[in-house]
Ligand binder design. Sequence first.
Ligand SMILES: C[S@@+](CC[C@H](N)C(=O)[O-])C[C@H]1O[C@@H](n2cnc3c(N)ncnc32)[C@H](O)[C@@H]1O
Length: 208
Amino acid sequence: MDSSDAARYWNAVYAERPAAADPQPNVRLVETVTGLPAGDALDLGCGGSGDALWLADRGWQVTALDISAVAATRLARRARAIGLSDRITAEQHDVRSSLPAREFDLVTAHYFHTPYEQDRTVTLRSAAHQLRAGGWLLVVDHGSTAPWSWNQDPEVRYPAPGEVAAALDLSTERWKVERADMPHRIATGPDGSTAEVIDHVLLIRRTH
Ligand SMILES: C[S@@+](CC[C@H](N)C(=O)[O-])C[C@H]1O[C@@H](n2cnc3c(N)ncnc32)[C@H](O)[C@@H]1O
């Protein structure tokens, strides 16, 4: 799918749901980043805004990118409304084409899935190269299908974190896999119902 079709797809997804009144961060982001010193963060596919806002509130300088202008605009508006606009740059951007030409201390990609084929490996690999020494790449994928998921395809296959790491093929001289596991949690869907879901968590550190 080309960039404008993908943007149209995601704009339609966000346009049909109202912006969350109080966007919340993802569980794995909070458990991973709490305790890290704030720095420069890149949020790939920032979607509903919760992660970027949470990071900025903790002192991170956040570049938040999404192919959907609706998502990026909502984040920018919310950041202005709560006085965080000096810490968040929200942009409509197809991360397959490029990434901002600068270094980061954290790159986060949460549930960066699409209902169409999209090769994420090049993007994640570029992002890993843009980490400063000591910086972190956090990739959190679905490991199971929640009852409310847009993708109820019984054939869907969620790559294990080890497979994602193997595809990135980062040199062990410069990057270290710090976490690659598949924890379970109880999640709440848009209608308030709950279900057990599995996350695929990959955390890689740039050592030098
Ligand atoms: C399943 S949503 C996840 C959103 C958010 N990270 C979260 O945890 O809720 C995937 C997001 O990736 C964005 N996205 C998909 N392809 C993209 C691309 N090529 N460049 C930038 N954003 C993209 C979509 O617009 C959407 O917001």
